[in-house]
Design a protein around this ligand. Structure first.
Ligand code: GDP
Length: 266
């Protein structure tokens, strides 16, 4: 086994950070690393948090992390920034987001830049998720701006997708057009301190009722004020319930199998 993988599995943070850098850059050792960590995968719950910019995703991720830490879970956060890797934006994002959990060894935060202008998750992101999983993270939060290709990617990458909307972002019809309706496991209507939140929540609920899809899981709509820490525990509970649903329905097992198949192909 590679020394670096051995040290990462033993819980050494610097080894994890170095492996992430390797995998992120798709270094030649990547397939070997993936093969070696394979027996240690499948424990983490991967939760995508997506939605328009400025909706409060970072704030919500921060608060969810706090709840998870309170439950004794260890957390990995991947913040996918729509910035070029050369602009330094991702690094800045890291610093801003890390403030609260900076000194907490149970939280690992990494920023990654989106691929190109049309969005889309960075190619290395799944490898990074696997490293965090193998490292022993219970909860992995992947924060993305919900545009274009990124939405499709997040559905394939995360077990649970939380879509964060805000009253000022326009009505629910626009949301449907944006394609966010189809990908959500859970809707969050954030900034409920602003007018229009309840109306937006009702609109989303009625659209879900009208949807032709026969949901095995009907996405709950949770109204929050992430900034004021209101409704966050409810979001956390909904995430847990969705995981239980995935487990009970066999969907989680199906997803893991699919991922294994993809790995084989690769
Ligand atoms: P992101 O771009 O989706 O990650 O959004 P951020 O988490 O960076 O939040 C954008 C802005 O909205 C920040 O100034 C937050 O402080 C603010 N914000 C977050 N949650 C709330 C909320 O519940 N109410 C209000 N009024 N502002 C919020």
């Amino acid at each position: 086994m590679l020394k670096l993988v051995e040290r990462m599995l033993a819980g050494e943070l610097p080894a994890l950070a170095r492996l992430i850098t390797l995998v992120e850059r798709e270094a030649p050792q990547t397939p070997e690393v993936m093969k070696e960590i394979h027996p240690y995968l499948g424990k983490a719950h991967v939760v995508g948090v997506t939605g328009p910019p400025g909706g409060g995703k970072s704030t919500l991720v921060d608060r969810l992390t706090q709840v998870a830490r309170g439950q004794g879970l260890s957390v990995g956060i991947i913040a996918v920034d729509p910035t070029s890797p050369f602009s330094g934006g991702a690094v800045l994002g890291d610093r801003i987001r890390m403030q609260r959990h900076y000194l907490d060894p149970g939280v690992f935060i990494r920023s990654m830049a989106t691929r190109g202008s049309r969005g889309g998750l960075p190619r290395g992101v799944r490898g990074v998720i696997k490293l965090l999983d193998a490292f022993g993270k219970d909860l992995i939060l992947v924060e993305t701006v919900g545009v274009g290709q990124t939405e499709l990617d997040i559905v394939e990458t995360a077990d649970t997708v939380v879509v964060v909307l805000v009253p000022e972002a326009g009505d629910a019809v626009q949301t449907l057009k944006a394609g966010l309706m189809e990908i959500a496991s859970i809707f969050v209507v954030n900034k409920a301190d602003l007018p229009g939140a309840d109306r937006l929540a009702l609109e989303i609920e009625s659209m879900l009722r009208l949807s032709p899809a026969n949901f095995e899981w009907r996405p709950p709509v949770v109204v929050t004020q992430a900034l004021n820490d209101i409704g966050v525990e409810e979001v956390y509970r909904a995430v847990e319930e969705h995981r239980q649903h995935l487990q009970a329905s066999g969907e989680l097992e199906r997803r893991r199998l699919q991922q294994r198949r993809e790995e084989l192909w690769q």
